[in-house]
Design a protein around this ligand. Structure first.
Ligand code: URA
Length: 434
């Protein structure tokens, strides 16, 4: 078999076989196919697309290019939740203890943030002492004993994806549904879960900007998961404005804790209830979606999810007293109000711009090497649909580095559109794909 023939076949819009896809992924991971030939094939895939079967083969080959974690020593059905990323997405920090408190095992591997989107690991590291590094044995024991553990994804998972993603990034071949779906799913499948819930974000702050693309990506990923015998559900949820009010690591931890105390923002609470209910159904801890919602609500009102959060933090070396004393979390030296420059109804808050503003303040990374300011970020006071008078406070910026304030403020203010006509609040959930 020759890579030249595989490139030509895809260039001429023919379907690749499992053997050909396996050959490409294996040889490229081992450095036996040069970047220029891999780029040519990726571009041919980008232009001519892959069908459902080819996409499943690609995902399987990428999954097998690295370690495939075996979670069978953990009792129960392990359900993983994956979000395609957004602004203010602190979902795992609230959802993991919620679902664990209801009895479903949460054995989760998470990632770090880059650019305008945040990552769960960075947020958890805002908790003093919290460690995201865990030996496999401790990870499994923790989930068996406490039903919850979250760690960093090991470098040995889906080795081909790292190389392919880096190449796609510099050859304009990232935004192809099959390549994105295979890239996300190979890592999820290698992480060992029995069932997968996908939260596909849609809108301005999301990877997928349009509803059509978001549904298409969700469908491709659900087909891959189901095609590989993992029950998979995809949800399309809004990322046209930030989720909740808080954007920034320490600030998002506080908002997640407040949610478990029953004081969460409406959109974030709804998202946690919906995702949580589906996770309980997938884990067979609830028999219907409605029963799942009921259980999640009870985990908040009874305080059992908050207790679970304390156990989770303590088990991973963190200081659980932060749950009752937020002053123990990283705190910004300055909190500056940002005011509305005109009166009217807020019709848009561009999530990506808010994410970039928070990143400029230090809450996110522009390059992988950037060091985060865990205290920095933005807390919104108003959301889409709210009325403001000129001079009302739109948000507070939390910062330590004053040099960055003006450029962050400028971008943030531009993220808002204020109009005269009344505006309805944004819809949160656009659909479910099974
Ligand atoms: N996230 C991934 O992990 N892979 C992609 O291709 C796109 C987003």
């Amino acid at each position: 078999m020759r890579i030249y023939d595989i490139i030509r076949k895809k260039r001429d819009n023919h379907e690749l076989s499992k053997l050909e896809i396996d050959f490409f992924v294996e040889k490229y991971s081992k450095g036996e196919i040069p970047d220029y030939q891999a780029s040519a094939l990726l571009m041919a895939i980008y232009l001519n697309k892959m069908n459902k079967q080819e996409t499943v083969y690609l995902t399987e080959a990428m999954m097998n290019s690295g370690e495939v974690i075996d979670l069978s020593a953990i009792e129960g059905i392990k359900v993983d939740k994956h979000s395609t990323g957004g602004v203010g997405d602190k979902t795992t920090i609230a959802l993991a203890p919620l679902v664990a408190a209801c009895g479903a095992p949460v054995a989760k591997m998470s990632g770090r943030g880059l650019g305008h989107t945040g990552g769960t690991l960075d947020k958890l590291e805002a908790i003093p002492g919290f460690s995201i590094e865990m030996e496999a044995e401790k990870f499994i024991d923790s989930v068996n004993e406490h039903k919850i553990a979250v760690c960093g994804q090991t470098a040995s998972i889906a080795v081909a994806d790292k190389k392919m993603y880096a190449l796609r990034d510099v050859t304009a071949t990232v935004d192809n549904i099959s390549l994105i779906a295979a890239s996300i799913m190979c890592k999820k499948l290698a992480s060992g879960a029995n069932a997968i819930l996908l939260d596909v974000k849609t809108g301005d702050g999301a990877f997928m900007k349009t509803l059509d693309d978001s549904f298409e990506l969700a469908k491709a990923m659900v087909d891959i998961g189901n095609g590989m015998n993992r029950e998979t559900i995809g949800m399309i949820t809004d990322m046209d404005e930030p989720l909740g009010f808080a954007v920034g690591n320490s600030l998002e931890v506080i908002e997640a804790i407040e949610t478990l105390k029953g004081n969460g923002p409406t959109d974030f609470v709804n998202l946690c209830e919906t995702l949580g209910a589906y996770m309980l159904v997938l884990a067979k801890v609830a028999s219907t979606y409605e029963e799942g919602v009921q259980k999640i609500k009870e985990a908040i009102t009874s305080g059992s999810a908050l207790d679970k959060l304390r156990v989770f933090i303590e088990n991973q070396g963190g200081d659980k007293s932060i749950v009752d004393d937020y002053s123990l979390l990283p705190k910004a030296s300055k909190i500056v109000p940002i005011k509305a420059e005109k009166s009217g109804y807020i019709s848009k808050i561009e999530a990506e711009e808010v994410g970039v503003s928070a990143m400029i303040l230090g809450a996110g990374r522009e390059t992988k090497e950037d060091v985060l300011d865990l205290a920095a970020g933005i807390v919104l006071e108003k959301k889409v649909g709210d009325y403001v008078e000129c001079g009302d406070i739109l948000a507070y910026m939390h910062l330590n580095n004053e040099n960055k304030f003006e450029s962050a403020r400028e971008r943030f203010v531009k993220a808002y559109t204020i109009v005269d006509e009344k505006v309805e609040p944004k819809k949160l959930i656009y659909g479910v794909v099974t």
